[in-house]
Ligand binder design. Structure first.
Ligand SMILES: *Cc1c(COP(=O)(O)O)cnc(C)c1O
Length: 478
């Protein structure tokens, strides 16, 4: 049996003692250099274990050079921009929607400098962090007051903790759902210290159910939009208007958590059922909670709009402080909201709305141009244009069906999974779908400027050795 060359791999200490790395330890730090030593040694071991041909172990000085480069250049960044060819417009695993250029610029300008987050430049006095945003949100929604926190989950927690700790919150049993990972409404309500008073049944709830549970001691009525499931068949839901009137009769605030809430009517863009926040406020909802990074197309945050007295109370709660947003987020949201002041430019400037507004004709033309180029590459046997449907957010909003156009490619010599894996390794990474051992590139979520990258990335794929182990593993260290 041949001796395993890895037995002779140098130890961490031996490498740290090498002249190249010794200098770095003195200049930078022992722990930083030692970390890179371990990472590179792991990589070398992995390279040897997966190598198909004989190779010799690098010398100590070769290894030290590689480690030194790693220390000086930094580890490859874990987070990268990708091309989203899944067709899903708000994919949770790809960070939901990209920001408008104006928002990115605003974010960068405050991130690289000090910023007047809590300083009024005119008077030199302190002003509230939310100052500029609040004006904008009041104007756009018609609400008396507004607050922005880190995300919608934070908005719900801060709201319930501030308004309902130790008291009852009336909520429909049919709305006590799990919405995305570790967001389960019964647990959220309990964690905020409120007591859920469930009304109705899993499939049917009437306003009488709410009425029977609501009295002067009730802290709030909570309506939660079912955004990732549907009750079909024998189902009955109450009208929001009836609940608002009930709340008003008992002087109990009605809180509506929309999750997906829009500042403008999205019906012209093919989304007829999306709640429009200004309409909810006009209808008399006391507090509306929605995400800044879903239909608004802004940075990750949770937006609260509604009655002054309620917002004021929430704002003073420690959870609002614990979930407050950074100045780059404030700047990005303010810049995004500015775009909404001009209804004409919203559709052109907010990337999410731009993607949503693209006609199927446009997508088809682009797909017809790209398919032959993709078919001409070595890794693809055939590529055809297929009209299909996609969704806003994978499992979420199942009732919203968005028409789209895809390129369906049959790979040559490798599996579609392998092809999708290689595209994820390209630069920038391309994220595609695999269906029936075909690669599916959905143009609904691809910007036209990215089209050519789809072709180039597939062209750049080198011939694949037939018997390589399926996926290049990223050797994850537990
Ligand atoms: C998306 C969503 C949430 C969670 O929003 P985050 O901003 O991710 O915290 C909560 N409730 C509803 C109804 C949602 O749609």
């Amino acid at each position: 049996m041949a001796t395993n060359p890895l037995r002779n791999i140098p130890s961490v200490n031996e490498l740290l003692e090498s002249p190249t790395l010794k200098g770095l330890v003195d200049r930078i730090s022992h722990s930083t250099v030692a970390h890179s030593v371990r990472t590179v040694l792991d990589e070398v071991r992995h390279e040897f274990q997966t190598a198909t041909s004989e190779r010799s172990l690098p010398s100590v000085s070769e290894l030290a050079d590689r480690i030194a480069r790693r220390v000086l250049e930094g580890e490859p960044s874990a987070l990268r921009g990708v091309i989203n060819a899944t067709g899903v417009l708000l994919p949770g695993n790809l960070g939901r929607a990209p920001l408008a250029e104006e928002a990115v610029a605003a974010m960068a300008s405050v991130a690289g400098d000090y910023a007047n987050v809590e300083l009024d430049l005119a008077t030199g006095k302190h002003h509230r962090r939310m100052h500029a945003l609040e004006e904008s949100l009041r104007y756009l929604t018609g609400a008396e007051a507004a607050l922005v926190v880190n995300n919608t989950a934070g908005a719900v927690m801060a709201t319930l903790a501030a308004l309902a700790a130790g008291r009852e919150v009336v909520v429909a049993r049919g709305q006590m759902a799990e919405i995305g990972c570790s967001y389960r409404l019964p647990e959220v309500i309990a964690a905020a210290g409120a007591i859920a008073r469930e009304v109705g049944t899993a499939n049917k709830t009437y306003v009488a159910d709410y009425a029977a549970a609501t009295d002067a001691g009730t802290a709030a009525i909570l309506l939660v939009r079912p955004t990732n499931y549907q009750v079909t068949g024998a189902a009955a839901d109450v009208s929001t208007q009836d609940v608002i009137e009930l709340g008003r009769r008992h002087k109990v605030p009605v809180i509506h958590c929309l999750g997906y809430g829009s500042l403008v009517d999205l019906e012209p863009l093919g989304l007829p059922h999306e709640p429009v926040v200004p309409k909810c406020i006009a209808a008399g909802t006391d507090l509306v909670l929605f995400s800044g990074d879903k239909l608004v197309g802004g940075p990750q945050c949770g937006i609260l709009v509604g009655r002054h007295q309620l917002i004021d109370k929430i704002q003073k709660h420690p959870l609002a402080r614990a979930t407050r947003v950074s100045s780059p987020t404030l700047a990005a949201l303010a810049a995004t909201l500015d775009l909404y002041h001009d209804p004409e430019q919203v559709r052109q400037r907010i990337p999410l709305l731009q993607l949503l507004a693209t006609s199927v004709d446009n997508l088809r033309n682009r797909a017809q141009r790209l398919a032959p180029q993709i078919q001409a590459t070595r890794s693809v046997r055939s590529a055809e244009v297929v009209e299909s449907t996609t969704s806003l957010a994978g499992n979420a909003l199942p009732e919203q069906v968005i028409p789209t156009c895809t390129i369906v490619a049959e790979p040559q010599e490798i599996s579609a999974d392998r092809l999708a894996g290689l595209l994820r390794q390209s630069s920038p990474p391309i994220i595609a779908r695999v269906e029936n051992d075909r690669l599916v590139l959905d143009l609904r979520s691809v910007f036209p400027r990215q089209d050519i990258r789809l072709v180039e990335a597939i062209e750049a794929i080198a011939p694949q050795p037939a018997e390589e182990p399926a996926e290049q593993s990223n050797s994850d260290h537990a």
